[in-house]
Design a protein around this ligand. Structure first.
Ligand code: CP
Length: 363
């Protein structure tokens, strides 16, 4: 088994050496770019459109967006002001640390301006205003909306009247498609060979500690992972629930001829996994719940030597801070890289490729 750690021993940059001085594994984004240009024709399939669901993406688009993100991470382009004159509206009707702030950081670093709803209670929603009517107002205030909401049908509601491109930043138990982009951006930096088709002994064993049918980030991650199924030997799901996938996801996996291992005993699979995705917080019904908290990872867990752990965060006790200083920690690079994948998405949706510096290899 060859995986990203074997390939990139030098990537094990410790806290003092990586640019933001966080612990964990920081693969070099330039390894995604070797002899590559960015094909904007592939990216422009999404220009001017909304980004609602992983179902909108194919593998070609995800790879091109990840390469573009790597280029943005490896290159200083802020001085060309690619989003100058654009206004990004972040409308968060549900709590967020990473998604709202990384979108705002992404936009501001590209010289867009940002207006924000950080709490739905500060809008007319507190007085009973409909999301559709809020959407009608946002049409006049900016160029693109990033929205998170507790209601799974919030996307349909706001799109009744919103005509700007909408990025779904998490809708109830629905989806979190840009989280899945950040997840796979981290995985592809860890193991750039997964861009192509790897040999059978280079395939990865993917494990999920969580309940995809109830957790939007885990659902979106699993759905995007299906785009890379040729490179995945086995998908294992460790969950407290008897049916962690639910009917729709089960049908999708069946359609892709994937038979996951489903178990409630972490010891059945943990030592075989190369990539472990975990989460415990779900917004169910009218509030946050924790699921699968009995599956805990820490520095003494029986992980493969080269296994990497991803987590959308926020974490609770399931992910021990004792893993932070190990090379299993891909979750900080996953979170920090989200700024660049979101920059790539903003430039794509707002069609600002023509504002990139001349020496950027885009075609
Ligand atoms: N990953 C994620 O969605 O984090 P936040 O809830 O902090 O935005």
């Amino acid at each position: 088994m060859v995986n990203g750690n074997d390939l990139h021993e030098t990537d094990k940059i410790v806290a003092a050496e990586n640019p933001i001085k966080s612990p964990g594994l920081y693969p070099d984004p330039e390894k995604l770019l070797v002899r590559d240009t960015i094909d904007t024709a592939i990216l422009k399939r999404l220009t001017g459109r909304s980004c609602i669901s992983v179902a909108q993406f194919d593998k070609e688009f995800v790879l091109e967006l990840c390469k573009f993100a790597a280029l943005l991470e490896a290159t200083e382009i802020a001085s060309s002001h690619p989003l100058d004159g654009k206004i990004v509206i972040t409308a968060f009707f549900e709590a967020s640390t990473r998604t709202r702030l990384s979108f705002e950081s992404a936009a501001l670093r590209l010289d867009a301006r940002v207006i924000t709803i950080s709490d739905g209670k500060t809008t007319g929603a507190a007085k009973g205003e409909s999301l559709a009517d809020i959407g009608e107002m946002l049409n006049a205030y900016g160029d693109l909306v990033v929205m998170r909401h507790t209601a799974t049908n919030a996307v349909e509601q706001i799109l009744e009247k919103l005509r700007l491109p909408l990025i779904n930043a998490g809708n109830g138990t629905g989806e979190h498609p840009t989280q899945a982009l950040a997840d796979w951006y981290a995985i592809l930096k860890w193991n750039p060979q997964l861009k192509g088709i790897v040999s059978s002994d280079e395939k990865i064993n993917l494990g999920i500690l969580g309940t995809p049918g109830s957790m939007r980030a885990v659902r979106s991650f699993l759905e995007m992972s299906l785009l890379f199924k040729e490179n995945i030997r086995q998908i294992s799901i460790v969950s407290e629930m008897a049916d962690p996938l639910g009917a729709i996801l089960s049908e999708k996996l069946k359609h892709e001829h994937i038979k996951p291992v489903i178990t409630n005993d972490i010891n059945d699979v943990l030592s075989d996994l190369d990539v472990i995705y975990m989460n415990s917080i779900a917004y169910l019904g009218d509030g946050y719940r924790t699921l699968d908290t009995r599956y805990r990872l820490h520095k003494n867990s029986q992980l493969r030597k080269n296994a990497v752990v991803l987590h959308p965060l926020a974490r609770l006790d399931e992910l021990s801070t004792t893993l932070d200083d190990t090379s299993h920690n891909l979750y900080f690079t996953q979170a920090h890289g989200a700024v660049f994948i979101r920059q790539a998405l903003l430039i794509t949706l707002l069609d600002r490729f023509d504002r990139l510096p001349d020496d950027i290899p885009v075609v």
